[in-house]
Design a protein around this ligand. Structure first.
Ligand SMILES: Nc1ncnc2c1ncn2[C@@H]1O[C@H](COP(=O)(O)OP(=O)(O)OP(=O)(O)O)[C@@H](O)[C@H]1O
Length: 291
C-alpha cells in the first residue's frame, strides 16, 4: 500500500492555557497545562493516519522520556515509526504553546533531535520505506533536510508537498518542485516579499506563487483555503464552527489534504478534505485530538 511519508519534526508540546498572552517583561499565571505529542511533522503524520491513509514518519527524537512518550503516542495514532530515529546524547524536540481565552496561540520551539537530523539520514529513511506515494515536508527541519527530501522525491518521480511553515527563505529550485506548496496568508506574503513582490489580496498572491510552484494552496483561517494549479484554481470555504484552540489547524489541513492527494483526488477535493479537518481541529485543545 502506497504511503504518505512525512519528513518532519517531532516535539513534546507543553500547552499552557492563559487568560491572555503576556507581552515582553510580563508574567501571567497559567490556568491549566498539558504535555502532548506535537511538532508539525508529527501532527501532519497523525492527520494523514486519521484520514485513513498509510502514514510513515521520517525524523528523530532523543532517547529521553519525552522521546519514549512521543514514540508511544504516534504509534497509538497509527503512524509507522520504523524510520523515526532515536538519537543518543540529544534531547527530543519540544515546544511551549501559550493559548489564550480567544483560542489564539503563541509558540516557542526548541529543535533538539529535529535539529540534529542530517540530510543523509533523511535520504536513508526514504530509501528504506517501501512504496512511497507522496513526500511531505514542513519548515521545522533544517533547510538541508527538506532539500534532501525534495531531491529524493524528484529522483524517484514521487509527488512532493511542502508546507512552508514556519516561513523561511526557499530557493527557486525547491519551490519549483512543490505540488503543492501550502502556506497560510502570512507565509504567502513573506514569500512574495522575499521574491521582491507585494501583491494585493489572495488572488494576486496565488497567481504569483502559482508561477513559481507546480501548484499552490493558501489557507485562510476561518475562511477556508484557496488553490491554484495548471488544472484550475478555486477556493473551499470552511464551516462556521466554535473555535477552542487554533493550534495545529494548519497541520490537520495539510495532513488531510496530503492523504486525499495520495488517493488521487484533485487539488480542489484535497482542499475540501483539508478544510474539513482544519475546522475539526480548531474545536479541541492541543495540536492533536485526545485518543
Ligand atoms: N476559525 C476557524 N474556523 C474554521 N476553520 C478554521 C478556523 N481557523 C482555521 N481553520 C481551518 O484550518 C485551516 C488552517 O488554518 P490557517 O489558515 O489559520 O493555518 P495556520 O496559520 O497554518 O494554522 P495554525 O498555525 O494555527 O495551525 C484553514 O484552512 C481552515 O480549514
Amino acid at each position: 500500500m502506497s504511503a504518505v511519508v512525512v519528513v518532519g519534526s517531532v516535539n513534546a508540546d507543553t500547552s499552557l492555557h492563559v487568560a491572555r498572552i503576556p507581552g515582553p517583561g510580563e508574567t501571567v499565571l497559567a490556568l491549566g497545562s498539558r504535555t502532548s505529542p506535537g511538532g508539525k511533522g508529527a501532527n501532519q503524520a497523525c492527520a494523514v493516519a486519521r484520514a485513513g491513509a498509510r502514514s510513515v514518519m521520517v525524523g528523530a527524537v532523543g532517547t529521553d522520556a519525552a522521546g519514549t512518550m512521543l514514540v508511544d503516542e504516534l504509534g497509538r495514532r497509527g503512524v509507522e515509526l520504523d524510520q523515526l530515529l532515536r538519537l543518543p546524547d540529544v534531547e527530543s524536540g519540544g515546544a511551549t504553546v501559550l493559548v489564550d481565552d480567544d483560542g489564539e496561540n503563541c509558540i516557542v520551539v526548541s529543535g533538539g533531535a529535529n535539529a540534529a537530523l542530517t540530510p543523509a539520514q533523511v535520504t536513508a529513511g526514504l530509501d528504506a520505506v517501501d512504496d512511497v506515494g507522496l513526500v511531505l515536508t514542513q519548515g521545522e527541519l533544517s533547510v538541508a533536510c527538506v532539500e534532501a527530501a525534495a531531491a529524493w522525491a524528484a529522483a524517484h518521480e514521487v509527488r512532493f508537498v511542502h508546507n512552508l511553515a514556519p516561513y523561511r527563505a526557499a530557493t527557486p529550485e525547491l519551490l519549483a518542485l512543490c505540488d503543492p506548496l501550502v502556506v497560510n496568508e502570512h507565509e504567502a506574503a513573506d514569500l512574495a516579499a522575499a521574491l521582491g513582490e507585494h501583491p494585493d489580496g489572495t488572488d494576486a498572491l496565488l497567481a504569483l506563487l502559482a508561477g513559481r510552484c507546480r501548484s499552490v494552496v493558501i489557507t485562510l483561517g476561518g475562511d477556508g483555503a484557496a488553490y491554484a494549479s495548471p488544472a484550475g484554481s478555486g477556493a473551499r470555504a470552511s464551516a462556521r464552527v466554535e473555535v477552542v484552540d487554533t493550534t495545529g489547524a494548519g497541520d490537520a489541513f495539510v495532513g488531510a489534504a496530503a492523504a486525499a492527494l495520495l488517493a488521487d483526488d484533485d487539488l480542489g477535493r484535497a482542499c475540501a478534505a483539508g478544510v474539513a479537518a482544519g475546522a475539526a481541529a480548531v474545536q479541541h485543545r492541543g495540536a492533536q485530538p485526545e485518543l
